[in-house]
Design a protein around this ligand. Structure first.
Ligand SMILES: NC(=O)C1=CN([C@@H]2O[C@H](COP(=O)(O)OP(=O)(O)OC[C@H]3O[C@@H](n4cnc5c(N)ncnc54)[C@H](OP(=O)(O)O)[C@@H]3O)[C@@H](O)[C@H]2O)C=CC1
Ligand SMILES: Nc1nc(=O)c2c([nH]1)NC[C@@H]1CN(c3ccc(C(=O)N[C@@H](CCC(=O)O)C(=O)O)cc3)C=[N+]21
Ligand SMILES: [Mg+2]
Length: 294
C-alpha cells in the first residue's frame, strides 16, 4: 500500500481564507481589527521561527499582530504585570506566551494569568477543563487542527481505535480527549508504556506527539492505519522530520501527514481562527460558544 497524503498545508490555506473573510466582515460591520499579542522570553532560535511564521500568517489576513520579545532574565513579576496589561488592552483579542520558557519562569502561573477569554492557545485550566465538560472558550490549536484535518479529509472516527503517543497538557492529553469525544476508543501511550508497538498495531488512527525522529516505523502500524505526525524534530542535516519514519510508514498506512506540511500549518490556522473568534465575541458577533467536536 502507498498512503495518501493528509495535506495539512492545503487544508490550512482553506481555513485561513475563511478567517480572512471573517476579518473583513469585522472591519466592515464593526470597524474592528482582530489583534494577537505574542510574548517570547529569551532567544530560543526555533521559537523565533515559529513566532515569525505566526505573525506573518496574521498579517496576511489583515489581523493586527504584535510580538513582544523580552530578555531571558525577565522576572516572573514583570511577566505577570505584562500579561495583566495585555488582558486589559482592548485591541488585543488573543494572548500567546511562546513555550518553552526559561527555567526560572513558572510557565503554568503565566498561563493561568491570561484572561481565559483571550487564551487563544487554549492552555488555561479553565479552557482545558472546558474540554472535559463541554464548552471551552478555545480548543488547543494543535490537537484541534488534527481533528479538523481528519474531519476535512472525511476520515471516519466514530467506533475506530485511536492511539496517541504523548501525554503533554498541550498536545497528547487534549488530543486523546478530542478523539474520545469524536467516538474513538482511545489509548494514550507515553514513556512508561510497555510494548509501544503492541498498542500502535491496534490503531486505526495513530497520532504521534513525542519529539523523537523515527520513533514510529512501518512495522508498528496496522495495515491501512491513518497516521498523524505531530512531531517537529530538527535533524543534524538541518532538515525537519516528524516522529514517524515516513519511508516505511507510508508503505503500510492508508493516509499519512508529511512533516513539514502536515499538522504544523493546521496549528497556525487554528490559532488565527481562535483569535478571529475572540474578536467576534468582543464585537457581539457569533454565539460565543464553539461547536463541540463530536
Ligand atoms: N506540529 C505542531 O504544530 C506542533 C508540534 N509539536 C511537536 O510535537 C512534539 C510533542 O510536543 P509536546 O507534547 O509539547 O512535547 P512534550 O515533551 O511535552 O511531551 C512528549 C511526550 O512524549 C512522550 N515520550 C517521550 N519519549 C517517548 C517514547 N520513547 N515512547 C513513548 N512516549 C514517549 C513523553 O512521555 P512522558 O510523559 O512519560 O515523559 C511525553 O508525554 C514535539 O516534537 C513538538 O515539537 C508541539 C506543538 C505543536
Ligand atoms: N504557546 C505556544 N503555543 C504553541 O502552539 C507552540 C508553542 N508555544 N511553542 C512551540 C510549539 C510548536 N508549534 C508549531 C507551530 C507551527 C509549526 C509549523 O508551522 N510547522 C511547519 C514548518 C515550520 C518550519 O519550516 O520550521 C510545518 O510543519 O509544515 C510548527 C510548530 C507551536 N507551538
Ligand atoms: Mg507538520
Amino acid at each position: 500500500m502507498t498512503a495518501r497524503i493528509l495535506d495539512g498545508k492545503a487544508i490550512a490555506a482553506e481555513f485561513r481564507n475563511e478567517c480572512a473573510v471573517r476579518v473583513q466582515r469585522l472591519k466592515e460591520e464593526k470597524g474592528l481589527v482582530p489583534g494577537i499579542a505574542v510574548v517570547i522570553v529569551g532567544d530560543d532560535p526555533a521559537s523565533k521561527v515559529y513566532v515569525r511564521n505566526k505573525a506573518q500568517a496574521c498579517e496576511a489576513i489583515g489581523m493586527h499582530s504584535e510580538v513582544h520579545p523580552l530578555p531571558a532574565e525577565t522576572t516572573q513579576a514583570h511577566l505577570l504585570a505584562f500579561i495583566h496589561a495585555l488582558n486589559a488592552a482592548p485591541a488585543i483579542h488573543g494572548i500567546l506566551v511562546q513555550l518553552p520558557l526559561p527555567k526560572h519562569i513558572d510557565g503554568q502561573a503565566l498561563i493561568e494569568a491570561i484572561d481565559p477569554a483571550k487564551d487563544v492557545d487554549g492552555f488555561h485550566q479553565a479552557n482545558l477543563g472546558g474540554l472535559i465538560t463541554g464548552h471551552p472558550a478555545f480548543y488547543p490549536c494543535t490537537p484541534w487542527g488534527v481533528m479538523k484535518l481528519l474531519e476535512h479529509t472525511g476520515i471516519p472516527i466514530e467506533g475506530k481505535s485511536a492511539v496517541v503517543i504523548g501525554r503533554s497538557n498541550i498536545v497528547g492529553k487534549p488530543m486523546g480527549l478530542m478523539l474520545v469525544h469524536a467516538g474513538a476508543t482511545t489509548t494514550i501511550c507515553h514513556r512508561k508504556t510497555q510494548d509501544l508497538a503492541f498498542h500502535t498495531r491496534q490503531a486505526d488512527i495513530l497520532v504521534a506527539a513525542v519529539g523523537k525522529a523515527g520513533l514510529v516505523t512501518g512495522d508498528m502500524l496496522k495495515p491501512g492505519a491513518v497516521v498523524v505526525d505531530v512531531g517537529i524534530n530538527r535533524l543534524a542535516n538541518g532538515k525537519l522530520a516528524g516522529d514517524v519514519d515516513f519511508e516505511t510508514a507510508s508503505q503500510v498506512a492508508s493516509w499519512i501527514t508529511p512533516v513539514p506540511g502536515g499538522v504544523g500549518p493546521m496549528t497556525i490556522a487554528m490559532l488565527l481562527g481562535n483569535t478571529v473568534k475572540s474578536a467576534e465575541r468582543a464585537a457581539g458577533l457569533g454565539t460565543g460558544a464553539e461547536t463541540r467536536i463530536a
